[in-house]
Design a protein around this ligand. Structure first.
Ligand SMILES: [Zn+2]
Length: 155
């Protein structure tokens, strides 16, 4: 098994409906996300990515685009939070409506699904050089000491 990973940072606001602690209030975190890709080393003569699982720059282009569009300086809102959702939309705030409570655990599963389909598409149409690479998992730190991870196919 050979894995590479890349870390990203973003600032995001959320609140947890029905939470009994401080997280019921609107607040923000500086999140860290680690994206882990598994594969074999590319050994094609003349390949720009020779010796790599995939080019970190290719990985960055997909993940950074996703983070910029949906997460960074955005509010992540559960679709069940009707009043709040309407307020944010009406006032033009950057918000992403998701069908789950905005915990780091749920974010991991959702980010995995979104990034996996984007990466698979790029691998299938040969946009990114690879040798059987696939998204192995995602880790998200909500604080420097609190982390969730999702690896759907542990090896
Ligand atoms: Zn929080």
């Amino acid at each position: 098994m050979l894995r590479i990973s890349k870390k990203f940072k973003f600032d995001m606001a959320h609140k947890l409906e029905g939470h009994r602690g401080l997280c019921q209030n609107i607040h923000g975190h500086t999140y860290e996300m680690e994206v882990i890709v598994e594969g074999k080393i590319i050994d094609t003569e003349g390949s720009s990515a020779r010796g790599m699982v995939m080019d970190y720059g290719d990985l960055k282009s997909v993940v950074k685009g996703f983070i910029d569009d949906y997460l960074d300086h955005a509010v992540l809102v559960s679709s069940q939070a009707d009043d709040w959702k309407k307020f944010l939309k009406r006032n033009g705030y950057k918000c992403t409506i998701v069908p789950f409570r905005a915990t780091a655990e749920n974010m991991c599963v959702w980010c995995y699904k979104e990034l996996n389909s984007m990466l698979q598409k790029a691998f299938e149409d040969n946009s990114f050089e690879n040798n059987g690479a696939f998204l192995a998992g995602i880790r998200i730190w909500e604080t420097p000491t609190s982390m969730a991870e999702y690896f759907p196919n542990p090896s």
